[in-house]
Design a protein around this ligand. Sequence first.
Ligand code: CP
Length: 314
Amino acid sequence: MNLKGRHLIDPNDFTLEELDEVFKLADKMIKDRNAYSKICQGRILGTCFYEPSTRTRLSFESAMLRMGGSILGFSDAATSSVSKGESIADTIRVLGSYADVLVMRHPKEGAPKLASEFSTAPVINGGDGGHQHPTQTLTDLLTINQLKGKIEGHTVAFCGDLKFGRTVHSLISTLSRYAKSKFILISPIELKLPESLKVNLKRKYDIEIVETEDLEKHMAEIDILYMTRIQKERFFNEADYTRLKDSYILNRNKLKDAKPDMMIMHPLPRVNEIGYDVDGDPRAVYFKQAEYGIYARMALMALLLGVDVDVEGR
Ligand code: CP
């Protein structure tokens, strides 16, 4: 098993064993971060963000800096030569020689895949349109593993924008590969999980799926509630967004039937979908989840760069 030099465009690019390798190393980094503070000395991360980000870009930067490496890149394509009309291929050919690993976010689905075809350095998809967000999935699975003790066998409810939410698409297709997952899909009819994705999950993995528009109906059976933002930037018109934006607002009252150990996750940013009164509930783990994003990305970059780390021993 060797992740050195590989790209990560879709979470399904990695086998379950390779994902497990990332989580094992991340676990060691969580337990003793200082032991890894020099492993990327002399290595450079390049960040190419064609779309806004707080967590993804900054947790990648933090991860590289915490491993002793350096960072360069752009957080707004308007400040790069993209604004002069430079193609993704040319930009990535150049940045691939300036940095040792690249992370790209782009509003167009497939852009990081295209970039990977022109890069000598590993390319990591930092989110492409409404398609995939594989490092959010690493973050989410690491959070589940750390806080629930295992990834498989949970009843997971996804609530909100399941049509455009790339974090949902990546997580649901990856969780399906673990045994005995059950999914409850909660969304307005207009924002249901794409049929193609659902059919694939049922056919390939025989997953039990329940669909509903009612957030509270199945609350008592949920192990993990994954709330998501309605993705304003993917809507074709403002009126539809305005009509749907407050479809679900989780508050303390709506948690009255929830299990005492149910976990409330959210990839963030949140807008209105989780009330601030939920933040103090011990089941709300979304800020911890954002913190685990640093460790997931540290482990991923260390493995893609092939730095000398012992995943099994120590
Ligand atoms: N979860 C996530 O992708 O957050 P950002 O958009 O802030 O990077």
